[in-house]
Design a protein around this ligand. Structure first.
Ligand SMILES: Cc1cc2nc3c(=O)[nH]c(=O)nc-3n(C[C@H](O)[C@H](O)[C@H](O)COP(=O)(O)O)c2cc1C
Ligand SMILES: [Mn+2]
Length: 476
């Protein structure tokens, strides 16, 4: 079974791993990651001998910046790209055979254990990522583990964790997300919510922690399904929560009700490219235990302004989920779904083979009404099946040539947004009104006269091949 270290060996075999020595946790690791990410095929980076820290206390970034590493982590062919990769992930999501975790007695993550007064989260080289950030973040590529106090199911979700002091960190959780809904159940009873944070995490658990699964469905069971083997867990030292045996670094503690204890969180450079959520009071974790493997690896995902894209795995999972949401509502003939690398969930593209009038718009309205497709978006673009939704040149060509702005653009209001939305006006932000509008851009040929739409001209693939062969000296 895969853990972070076996994944690292796999990445090395792909020729996609670079070791960086003696970088500073203060701004350098963030900057090196961002600059290297602008290259066409960025390697994964393993930082060692980090300034102020003993050798062996490492940081791993760029985990999922290429589609090949994404496929490798998910056990798929590393040759897959674009829509075929989304299709493969979609099939994984379709099969409903959740595998609950199995409990082990011990794991390497218990090699070093610190309790209560010995707790110091600064023993890890948590980076200061972007210059105007409000502090050092220990949790970026992490999983925050909580359990529903009523039904007992266990939730894993990626959320950023800022260091406040040796045994205090803060947690940013968007309204409506399951970690917040679970914590609120404890808080309503005046109790603290037990929590564990895994901040050196294996790729499959990291991938599923970014997913919005239905209420009551544990990301653990789903990870088991994906990797075709149950996740191995140990029992958390102070909370009893299940902790992945593959973890590198774990914090355990409790989140008191925010009216008892809250702290200003942020600002943090977000994936949108902005400091949109600014600073605001956020829940605090009182850390009761810290444990880690020898020579621990902290997983880090600094957010950039979508380009360089920090993660294909989240793009591809999101696209696969949107596609499944459409099909689950009975709408067929979707030929591809993608999120533009430069806008992600703000720019969803759906390709389909139109079968009847209104078919394309149905797909868009389902997307906006469903949980994954309906969160924090802005544009849903509809294209015909001759367009590759993962090729933005193709998509913009379709928008430019097949869309009549007056009749092809539809506005939907009252949609689920988030404090991360940079376009929320200040008065709405101040009122806690995290709701925005969406545009459906229908760039499909109008169904009723699709056969009269001017024909497309371009070289057919066979003639293209013949010409390339015959004129090889021209095309060298
Ligand atoms: C790298 C990364 C960082 C994220 N940071 C946060 C965050 O700080 N706060 C948050 O609420 N969601 C964050 N998310 C999004 C959540 O992980 C995502 O919405 C997830 O579906 C929530 O899980 P849940 O449905 O179990 O609540 C992040 C996602 C990724 C991939
Ligand atoms: Mn969940």
């Amino acid at each position: 079974m895969q853990n972070l270290r076996t994944f690292l060996s796999g990445v090395e075999k792909l020729g996609e791993l670079k070791i960086v020595r003696q970088a500073d946790w203060n701004l350098e690791i963030g900057a090196i990651t961002e600059i290297s990410g602008s290259d066409p095929n960025p390697p994964a980076l393993l930082f060692d001998e980090i300034k102020d820290y003993p050798a062996g206390y490492r940081i791993f970034t760029n985990m999922f910046q290429t589609q090949s590493r994404t496929a490798l982590a998910l056990g798929l062919s590393t040759e897959l790209r674009g829509v075929p990769l989304v299709q493969a992930v979609r099939e994984m999501l379709h099969v409903s055979s959740p595998l609950p975790p199995v409990i082990r007695k011990d794991a390497p993550v218990q090699e070093n254990l610190f309790l209560e007064k010995e707790v110091n989260v600064l023993r890890f080289p948590a980076p200061w990522l972007h210059r105007q950030d409000g502090g050092r973040y220990l949790g970026t590529a992490d999983a925050v583990i909580t359990a529903d106090p009523d039904a007992g199911w266990v939730n894993l979700a990626t959320a950023r964790v800022q260091i406040l002091g040796e045994n205090r960190v803060s947690l940013y959780i968007s309204p409506g997300k399951q970690t917040r809904l679970i914590a609120q159940k404890y808080w309503e009873q005046g109790k603290s919510c037990p929590v564990a944070v895994v901040c050196g995490i294996d790729p499959v658990l990291f991938a599923v922690s970014g997913l919005g699964l239905p209420w009551g469905v544990s990301e653990y069971d789903f990870a088991g399904q994906i990797q075709k083997a149950p996740v191995e867990v140990i029992k958390g030292v102070t909370t009893g929560l299940p902790i992945p045996a593959s973890a590198e670094i774990v914090l355990e503690g409790e989140i008191p009700p925010p009216d008892v204890e809250a702290e200003i969180e942020g600002p943090f450079g977000e994936w949108t490219g902005y400091y949109a959520s600014g600073t605001r009071p956020a829940p605090v974790i009182r850390v009761k235990a810290v444990y880690h493997r020898n020579d621990p690896i902290l997983t880090v995902m600094p957010d950039f302004k979508c380009y360089p894209l920090s993660s294909y795995v989240h793009l591809i999972f999101s696209a696969a989920q949107v596609w499944n949401e459409i099909e689950q509502c009975g709408v067929t003939d979707i030929t591809g779904v993608w999120l533009a690398e430069w806008g992600l969930r703000f720019f969803i593209v759906i390709a389909l083979k139109q079968r009847y009038g209104g078919h394309a718009r149905q797909a868009a309205h389902i997307t906006l009404g469903a949980r994954e497709g309906g969160y924090l978006g802005r544009f849903v673009v509809l294209v015909d099946d001759d367009i590759d939704p993962s090729n933005m040149a193709d998509v913009l060509w379709a928008v430019s040539s097949r869309c009549d702005p007056q009749t092809s653009i539809e506005i939907v209001t009252g949609c689920w947004s988030s404090p991360l939305d940079p376009r929320l006006p200040p008065f709405k932000r101040a009122a806690g009104d995290f709701v925005n509008s969406r545009a459906i851009i229908d760039a499909c040929r109008p169904f009723s006269w699709r056969n009269e739409f001017p024909k497309v001209h371009s070289i057919d693939p066979e003639f293209r091949r013949q010409m390339r062969e015959k004129w090889a000296n021209v095309f060298k």
